[in-house]
Design a protein around this ligand. Structure first.
Ligand SMILES: O=C([C@H](O)CO)[C@H](O)[C@H](O)COP(=O)(O)O
Length: 222
């Protein structure tokens, strides 16, 4: 399993600072949707230039014009983009076509899909997305009865490659791995921590993940 940090901050400066703090402990740097809306797709290139050894994930959450929006992000250096799992099938197929042309990956974000989620996961997989992100958004997480467990149940049942996003923490990341996720996506548990680097390191350890190659090289150099 890979660890992905969601850079859910509003400025490129803050994103570059956070990325630098945690890069040794994560595999994937995600430009969160608010960051892309605030700074534009050029922020993708800035993060990729600063961290060419990391996978850069652009959380576009595309709802229409899938091919065009994915092309914009791939041209900036994104390795992975998201398209909404609720989008029109042709929107998803368009993003998939752009991904194949660029040799990069497309993820269907299943945010807001709760009823019939496993069926829709299978449908978008048939359309050719590389994996699905089973995701409870920040607003859903804010409800008092929220639990990550239903995401994990659907991941186990769907039988396709998936990531999990929805308030993953040091207390839940081991169960995300145990459910078979390819990627654990973590935003708030890292960016809200007093020490984001220590938080990312603790998440990695709690999941039993090996050190990243950059962490190994930093340790060897020190
Ligand atoms: O995608 C996200 C959300 O919709 C805001 O854009 C978050 O990046 C994702 O949910 C991960 O963040 P946490 O849930 O805070 O771990």
């Amino acid at each position: 399993m890979k660890l992905q940090v969601a850079l859910d901050v509003a400025t490129l400066g803050d994103a570059l600072t956070l990325a630098r703090q945690v890069a040794d402990y994560v595999d994937i740097l995600e430009l969160g949707t608010p960051l892309i809306k605030s700074e534009g797709v050029s922020a993708i290139g800035a993060i990729k230039s600063a961290h060419p050894d990391k996978l850069v994930f652009a959380d576009l959450k595309t709802a229409d014009a899938g091919e065009l929006e994915a092309d914009l992000a791939f041209a900036e250096g994104a390795d992975v983009v998201t398209v909404m799992g609720t989008a029109d099938d042709d929107t998803i197929s368009g993003a998939v076509a752009a991904g194949k042309r660029a040799g990069r990956k497309v993820v269907a974000d299943m945010i807001t899909v709760v009823e019939g989620r496993v069926q829709r996961i299978r449908e978008v997989s048939e359309l050719g997305v590389d994996f699905v992100e089973i995701h409870a958004g920040l607003d859903e997480q804010a409800r008092p009865d929220y639990s990550i467990e239903s995401l994990l149940v659907d991941g186990r049942e769907a039988g396709v490659p998936f990531s999990i996003a929805g308030g993953v923490s040091v207390h839940t990341i081991a169960s995300v791995k145990e459910a078979g996720a390819e990627v654990a996506v973590v935003g708030g548990s890292i960016y809200s921590a007093d020490d984001p680097a220590a938080a990312a390191k603790a998440l990695r350890e709690a999941a039993g993940l090996p050190p990243t190659t950059s962490d190994v090289s930093t340790a060897a150099a020190g």
